[in-house]
Design a protein around this ligand. Sequence first.
Ligand code: TYM
Length: 328
Amino acid sequence: MSVIFSGIQPSGTLTIGNYLGAMKHFTHLQDDNECYFCVVNQHAITVPQEKKALKQNSKSLAALYLASGIDPDKSTLFIQSEVPAHAQLGWMLQCVSYIGELERMTQFKDKSTGKDAVSAGLLTYPPLMAADILLYGTEVVPVGDDQKQHIELTRNLAERFNRKFNDIFVMPDARIPKVGARIMSLQDPTRKMSKSDSNQNAYISMLDEPNTIIKKVKRAVTDSDGVVRFDKENKPAISNLLTIYSLCSGKSVEDIEAMYEGRGYGDFKAELGEVIAETLRPIQERYHELITSSELDDILDLGAEKANRKASKMLAKAERAMGLERKR
Ligand code: TYM
């Protein structure tokens, strides 16, 4: 039994990258662990968000968590801004972070390079993420590959805090899936699939209609040799599609290669589109039921209550350790 925490930003509809790299793995953890899953809306505002869209995306993400199998009787599902301890501990951890280490984060570099206006929040994003994790005594953080560096920083901040003030934080470990930790863009296999990509053909959204999915897979870039074979170095686009196929169908990459031996990319892509649509179909059905129901708000109210109860205890310890508490 371990404490598990993970978060997803409500900055647009999730992609199958988010699903295959992170969300899909959450449901298996619920039975034997104490799990917290969070809609990290305060992380989302580190880049400009339209207020109506942010509100909608936050609820939509909560519904997707549930539709993908998160069970509110087993896991705590909540919205970050409804648990003030995150921002409070986030501030305290900013005060133990060094600007230099925050500037070295690749996500900060990617999101800030070439922009005229970069928010201070984009730089101080990782201490807030560290607060998310450390507040719950988290031992395991299931994430995709791109979050590895943030978890390493979380460990550094926890260790620094424990050494300077008091030994209160548990050291978390990232759990990164062996396959699918980095699903690539359908239009450029050297880039990560991302929900903020300006080219909609580059990603498949978890709420895309079957026809859209099939079209996007047909338009996916490939190579010119026409052989369905996994070779990350020389055939990155086909290898990415094979990874997606394997994760969605449960078949091994070798079996899929054998299925398409002597057949072209046309068949492979057409059937892959169907396989993805079929994987998402039950999630989408459940999503549409949830998004219009009052059940969702009740679940989130209860989630916030449970998360507040747990998080306030660690916050009090951290305040005491730093000398921010008046009475003790
Ligand atoms: P976010 O919202 O960008 O992504 C959510 C999860 O999806 C994974 N992911 C991918 N996995 C495989 N292939 C891809 N192309 C792909 N794109 C995204 C991410 O690794 C992540 O696991 N900083 C986090 C949110 C966060 C968080 C936390 C996570 C805030 N606080 C505490 C864990 C614990 C983020 O921006 O994820």
